[in-house]
Ligand binder design. Structure first.
Ligand code: IMP
Ligand code: MG
Length: 273
């Protein structure tokens, strides 16, 4: 259903961009329709945990013309009637720290992890692979991912933090705990729970390549694409993450909220004051 919605909104966007004849008497309704389209997509994004829908909001709203108002209203009613895929945490022990909407529910995460495991199992079947998790935040994700990968793989862990210097180099990363496995000649899959600036993954990828690994690829559950500074695109991505500080499923905020089984957003007013 939501894919259909996005498709439809995209189609109306291209039609109106191509000069679809508008009803002149109803141009006053244009602003209303835009607002409605924005609200509609925001509702879809919230209900269906699809950040991509939120990203489409602005462009689609700007492209909708007033002729679409009736259809938008009908669509909004249909979307409002959908079963939300997210669990609202208002009565949750952490609700004082979290924004009202869960970003990725347990069900969303299960689907993302399942899909990543399928791709990884297929790509690494029959290979001598070492999956290296980046501590600490990766513990929950990697526990689930590893269990779902149905081919032989070795597991190891690195604890590192990047210095965030202008250029990425293998020297920009401080290793607090190195991998125990000799990685030369091995196919290495680096796994992190979230990619932000990309400096940690980029520096570690370089470092492990320099140790003569047979190949080095990267996998993340969430990718904050809009914040990227280093030249890296993870090979396996569960979902694109909006530019918010997210917590849960292993990710912490100053040591808090790691244990949440879903991914939530920290209330902005708590760190933006
Ligand atoms: P990067 O080197 O800037 O890509 O940083 C990646 C690391 O920063 C991740 O492994 C996380 O530990 C941490 N991080 C980045 N964004 C978030 C967030 O929104 N919540 C919690 N941890 C984050
Ligand atoms: Mg981390």
């Amino acid at each position: 259903m939501y894919r259909g919605t996005i498709l439809w909104l995209n189609q109306s966007r291209s039609r109106s961009a191509a000069g679809h004849p508008g009803n002149k008497e109803r141009t006053h309704g244009k602003d209303n329709t835009r607002k409605m389209a924005a609200r509609l997509l925001a509702t879809t994004a919230r209900r269906l945990a699809m950040p991509a829908a939120a990203a489409l909001t602005a462009t689609t709203a700007a492209a909708c013309d007033s002729q679409k108002e009736d259809r938008l209203q009908a669509l909004e009613r249909r979307i409002a009637a959908l079963e939300p895929r997210k669990t609202n945490p208002t009565d949750h022990w952490a609700s004082d720290l979290l924004a009202a909407d869960v970003l990725f529910s347990e069900r969303d995460i299960e689907q993302m992890v399942g899909s990543l495991a399928t791709q990884i199992s297929r790509d690494y079947a029959g290979r001598d692979v070492v999956i290296v998790g980046l501590m600490d935040g990766v513990f929950m994700f990697l526990a689930d991912l590893s269990r779902k990968i149905d081919t032989q793989h070795q597991l190891d862990f690195i604890s590192a933090s990047s210095y965030g210097l202008g250029t990425v180099s293998s020297g920009n990363v401080r290793i607090k705990k190195d991998a125990d496995t000799a990685l030369a000649g091995k196919h290495v899959l680096l796994v992190d729970e979230i990619c932000d600036s990309g400096r940690t993954l980029a520096s570690l990828k370089l470092l492990i390549s320099q140790r003569n690994a047979a190949s080095v690829k990267t996998c993340v559950l969430l990718d904050k694409v809009s914040r990227r500074q280093a030249d890296i695109r993870p090979d396996y991505v569960g979902a694109v993450c909006p530019d918010e500080f997210v917590v849960g499923y292993g990710m912490d905020w100053g040591g808090k909220l790691r244990s949440l089984p879903f991914v939530g957003v920290v209330r902005r007013e708590l760190y933006e004051s």
